[in-house]
Ligand binder design. Structure first.
Ligand SMILES: *[C@@H]1O[C@H](CO)[C@@H](O)[C@H](O)[C@H]1NC(C)=O
Ligand SMILES: *[C@@H]1O[C@H](CO)[C@@H](O)[C@H](O)[C@H]1NC(C)=O
Ligand SMILES: [Mn+2]
Length: 339
């Protein structure tokens, strides 16, 4: 009896075993045999890659950092009274994709394949979900391109809700591509490329923007790529409810991919990232906005650009990123999406 109590206590708190996101079970989703017997509806996938950055490197340690920050995520949410990690959906942690740090072209192919394989498995609860959805832990922001290629394959074009301080729709001619084609795919151009590849809808939206653009024409190009803009300071002018309703109106009934670059937060709340921009949202503001998106058909999501080497002793950034990850999972659990 006593050992049972000890065991059951340990199984709801995070300080045991190897570190997975929220102490979810680890499944080797890359193994056909294992995935056939351990089915899932939602998968956590780490993308430890940071060789396409324009600022400080280090986001390859992001997935590990976010898992460390997630150790105490457990139980019923104070606001929704729901335990998203243990609801109808079987959620597992697939660990990290194997990605080379020596050749980005090869790494993107590896990550494309990881997304394709993991989203191609049968679901656990096939009365509710036909295709497994993925929450990716980055990695620099270019990893989102592979995720969008995968959601396009499974669900068609998606509206992207892009939380970031930067636009990330730069034309490769403006950012990197004047050096080589290889250099043109980076963490500031992946949304431009996603548009060129026809992966995203023209009902996409940025939220939290504030970083300077390189050229005035970047704005027109951003619009051409399918985006409108909510700036960081719009929160002071219009408030949180306006931000939530503006995002919802923009994406309408379409399927949605939510990408959260942790640098959308003010550096005071998330110092552990590569391209910090002062004047961002607080962690509480961001969580309230994401939680306000309940009801949208979220078919994929990520938290990226977490760079634990620049975090502080209190682990502010990885704690925030883990909480954001839980909010994103909660959106997926709240709204099952059939094929
Ligand atoms: C699937 O989800 C439905 C809806 O929440 C639930 O009633 C059912 O028990 C689940 N089935 C399995 C096998 O988990
Ligand atoms: C998106 O493109 C379609 C045509 O493909 C067009 O009818 C529609 O007005 C566009 N919507 C927006 C919000 O730009
Ligand atoms: Mn970004």
């Amino acid at each position: 009896m006593r050992s049972f109590l000890v065991f059951s206590f340990l199984s709801i708190c995070g300080f045991h075993g190897l570190k997975t996101f929220g102490s979810l079970p680890y499944v080797n989703c890359f193994s056909d045999e294992e995935a056939a017997s351990k089915k899932y509806d939602i998968a956590i996938l780490g993308a430890p890659f940071d060789t396409a950055v324009t600022g400080r490197p280090g986001a390859r340690y992001g997935p590990t950092g976010v898992r460390v920050g997630s150790q105490r995520l457990a139980g019923f949410d104070f606001y929704t009274d729901e335990d998203a990690l243990h609801d109808w959906a079987t959620i597992v942690d697939c660990g990290d994709a194997t990605l080379t740090w020596l050749d980005n072209t090869v790494a993107f192919k590896q990550l494309d394949k990881a997304h394709r394989v993991i989203s191609g498995r049968p679901t656990a609860n096939d009365t509710v979900a036909a295709v497994p959805r993925i929450l990716m832990l980055g990695g620099d922001h270019s990893t989102t391109l592979s995720a969008l290629r995968s959601t396009y394959r499974r669900w068609g074009q998606v509206s992207v809700i892009h939380f970031d301080s930067h636009i990330d729709t730069w034309n490769p001619d403006v950012l990197g591509g004047d050096i080589s084609r290889y250099a043109g795919i980076n963490h500031g151009t992946f949304l431009h490329i996603a548009h060129e590849e026809g992966l995203i809808r023209n009902t996409s939206i940025h939220a939290g923007l504030r970083a300077p653009i390189n050229k005035r024409s970047d704005r027109a190009n951003d619009k051409r790529c399918g985006f409108t803009v909510i700036t960081a300071r719009d929160i002071d002018k219009h408030g949180i409810d306006w931000i939530i309703s503006t995002i919802k109106r923009r994406v309408g009934e379409s399927r949605v991919y939510i990408s959260v670059d942790i640098d959308v937060l003010d550096p005071a709340f998330a110092p552990g990232t590569g391209t910090s921009e002062p004047g961002g949202w607080s962690t509480r503001e961001l969580l309230t906005i994401i939680d306000g998106l309940r009801g949208l058909s979220v078919v994929g999501a990520d938290v990226v650009e977490v760079s634990p080497a620049y975090d502080n002793n209190g682990e502010t950034t990885v704690l925030a990123a883990a909480q954001v990850g839980l909010s994103l999972l909660s959106l997926m659990v709240a709204k099952p999406v059939r094929d």
